[in-house]
Design a protein around this ligand. Structure first.
Ligand code: GLN
Length: 197
């Protein structure tokens, strides 16, 4: 299967690795820059973006990850992973950096203290007729989608919670914990398309 890495600095990387393995990917956990050479796609998990950012810089991964993204590596970020992929992050902590790549503005912890974690069903035509059951855990919202990016899913109030841009894919929610495999399949399609080039 396609060689897919999961950034394993922090967060729910094991859940992603499990889903990807079920879908037939050759999965590896990525913690060092050298490990990026052996993969054709990368998942950045949910967790805490402030911590993930600090660890990425501590382990010398920030610049190699930015370069890989610029070179067209397919990358899927969920929740904190979406924050890492966003060009602009609102309500970041002081000094927090993202990798960037996705032409979007996201706001961290955007759902307010009463409603930080919730579940809902989303209609996502790109993934078929069956609605996607989406679990939000202190997730970000995509406040604006730039010209280079495309919204994939919105809440009923119009707030965008999934986006794509070329080889990049991001969701505010966590398909990896609900048995929902279609986002990972969709992502593996991007990985396969690039591998055969
Ligand atoms: N609130 C977290 C952050 O800012 C994201 C939460 C998650 O990934 N479930 O990174």
């Amino acid at each position: 299967g396609p060689r897919v890495g999961v950034l394993a600095l922090q967060g729910d990387f094991r859940e992603h690795a499990h889903v990807l393995a079920k879908l037939g990917a050759d999965v590896s956990l990525v913690r060092r820059p050298e490990e990026l050479a052996a993969i054709d796609g990368l998942v950045i998990p949910g967790g805490e973006s402030t911590v993930m950012d600090k660890l990425a810089r501590t382990f010398g991964l920030q610049q190699p990850l930015k370069t890989a993204i610029a070179d067209g590596l397919p990358v899927y970020g969920t929740c904190a992973g979406l924050i890492m992929l966003a060009d602009t992050v609102l309500d970041a902590i002081t000094g927090q950096q993202s990798l960037g790549g996705l032409d979007v503005v996201v706001r961290r912890n955007a759902f307010g203290s009463q409603n930080q974690s919730f579940e809902t069903d989303l209609d996502i035509p790109a993934l078929g007729d069956e609605p996607v059951h989406a679990v939000f855990i202190r997730g970000p919202v995509v406040e604006s989608v730039g010209a280079a990016a495309t919204p994939l899913a919105s809440l009923t109030d119009g707030r965008v919670v999934a986006v794509e841009q070329g080889n990049l894919l991001g969701t505010s929610f966590h398909p990896e914990i609900t048995g929902e495999y279609r986002f990972h399949e969709y992502f593996l399609g991007k990985v396969r398309a690039r591998t055969v080039d």
